[in-house]
Design a protein around this ligand. Structure first.
Ligand code: GUN
Ligand code: FE
Length: 459
């Protein structure tokens, strides 16, 4: 069911401000022809009754079923699309070994378009069913397969930012999977940008291009310089990995004599539309610099458990006012679910606060800093926070924002939410949803008012 030119009578939750959840009780949401929210009317407003009956009379009022709650769709700020075929495997070695042993050989296979189609079709379908309405994708170095990923997002209706991976460093990238030169990395990136902007079915700008140097170790300075110039020229989004692991952070310190964030900044790659994945080892001055540049972190809690050996201090970053989104980091993080990413963000924040070594007495074990976040902050970062980080008008139910939303069915027998006799109300219910929902509870998914997935899909 497309919800364009419709009034929706809905209950649900959103979190435009970090730490505060707004409970929406029977609000009227007007969705316009372009899939944008034109109006949100609360029951305590005088005009509510008249607007509701008018919409009813015109036959354009949609009501949510009992047990149905609306949430903003998830914004996954870090996904490696070509790594979907290895989701849940290859988790046994450190990052630098993992890349060469498993990941580069896998990504190299995307020279084959039929393999790419199989993987990308399934990934986009699965992410939409999991409630991810916006995804920020790393693709591969290949022009054709990366264009195909953009095509598939457009045809399935997922809001997406797609980057051709740039990686040209002959010492750190294998011969079989590397841009032939800095120029190839830069011109390939430019070609993808042109393709997406000129795409005949991308008139609404659902898919955007992203300048994507893989990470500093994979790129020559010439490539980084050229990509930085391109970013200044076109104003596009930028994404890369930043200070992810001890090895990676140390490599950049050795090669450039400064941290990832500082080095990216001198290349012109740190701006309002930059998303730095992981960023676990940011120094206080990196954080300050990112705040000034209004650049964002994609926090990937599950992946960090396998490849970083550290927990990103999410709470400190939020308190500092940094833009932060949440990422699955498929397949460094072996889950495609942003519900799971939210739960993992909560869990690791607790461990960061308490410490984890049982050999130590509690006082010594603890980090000494308040580090925990709860479901409210996790929900914000997974939705409105990620959207703001990407400078996209999604992630909340307010006029001017696109209607990107999911309908949670709390009673779905094939789901995992179990409500007991006591009436669940207020944000306690959201807590239940965040901690126990799964794909089986996602009844409908809309992007820009278009129904694109869900167990109760009617489109
Ligand atoms: N650093 C460079 N490439 C990658 C990647 O594919 N995944 C992760 N987690 N880190 C990276
Ligand atoms: Fe990654």
């Amino acid at each position: 069911m497309t919800l364009r030119n419709t009034w929706l009578l809905a209950r649900g939750f959103h979190a435009p401000v970090c730490g505060a959840v707004e409970v929406l009780e029977d609000v009227l949401i007007a969705i316009g022809a372009g899939g944008f929210i034109a109006d949100v009317v609360y029951p305590n407003e005088e005009r509510f009754g008249a607007l509701k009956s008018e919409a009813e009379q015109q036959g354009i009022l949609e009501k949510l079923p009992d047990g149905g709650y609306l949430l903003p769709g998830f914004v996954d700020c870090h996904v490696h699309a070509p790594q979907y075929p290895q989701l849940g495997s290859a988790l046994d070695v450190p990052l630098e070994v993992w890349l060469h042993r498993y990941t580069f050989p896998l990504e190299a296979r995307f020279a084959d378009l039929s393999y790419a189609r199989r993987a990308y079709d399934l990934l986009v379908t699965d992410l939409l069913s999991n409630g991810t309405t916006t995804a920020l994708y790393f693709a591969t170095i290949h022009q054709e397969a990366t264009r195909l990923l953009a095509d598939i997002c457009l045809s399935k209706g997922q809001r997406a930012l797609v980057g051709k991976v740039a990686m040209d460093h002959p010492e750190n990238c294998p011969d079989y999977y590397r841009d032939a030169s800095p120029e190839a990395a830069i011109e390939g990136t430019r070609a993808l940008i042109d393709y997406i902007f000129a795409h005949p079915v991308n008139g609404e700008g659902l898919v955007k291009p992203v300048i994507t140097p893989r990470f500093i170790p994979a790129c020559t300075d010439a490539a980084l310089e050229g990509l930085g110039r391109l970013a200044q020229e076109c104003g596009c989004h930028v994404q890369t990995h930043c200070s992810e692991s001890d090895w990676e952070h140390g490599y950049v310190l050795d090669r450039h004599g400064m941290t990832d964030a500082a080095s990216l900044d001198r290349f012109g790659l740190l701006g309002r539309k930059t998303m730095l994945a992981h960023s676990n080892f940011l120094t206080p001055s990196d954080m300050e610099l990112m705040k000034v540049r209004e650049a964002a972190v994609a926090h990937c809690p599950l992946s960090n458990a396998f490849f970083a050996g550290a927990v990103f201090p999410l709470r400190a970053a939020l308190e500092k006012g940094l833009h932060v989104g949440l990422g699955t980091d498929i397949s460094g993080g072996p889950s495609a679910s942003m519900f799971e990413a939210s739960r993992n963000a909560i869990t690791v924040s607790r461990m960061l606060e308490t410490g984890v070594d049982p050999e130590k007495p509690a006082a010594e074990r603890a980090s000494g800093q308040p580090a925990r976040i709860d479901f409210r902050q996790a929900f914000h970062v997974a939705t409105a926070g990620g959207a703001k980080a990407l400078d996209l008008p999604v992630g909340q139910f307010a006029p001017g924002y696109a209607f990107d939303a999911i309908l949670i069915d709390c009673h779905a027998p094939g789901g995992t939410i179990r409500l007991w006799d006591e009436a669940e109300t207020g944000d306690d219910l959201l807590q239940r949803i965040i901690f126990t929902a799964s794909k089986g509870n996602i009844a409908k998914v809309w992007v820009a008012g278009r129904e694109v997935a869900g167990t109760h899909a009617t489109a």
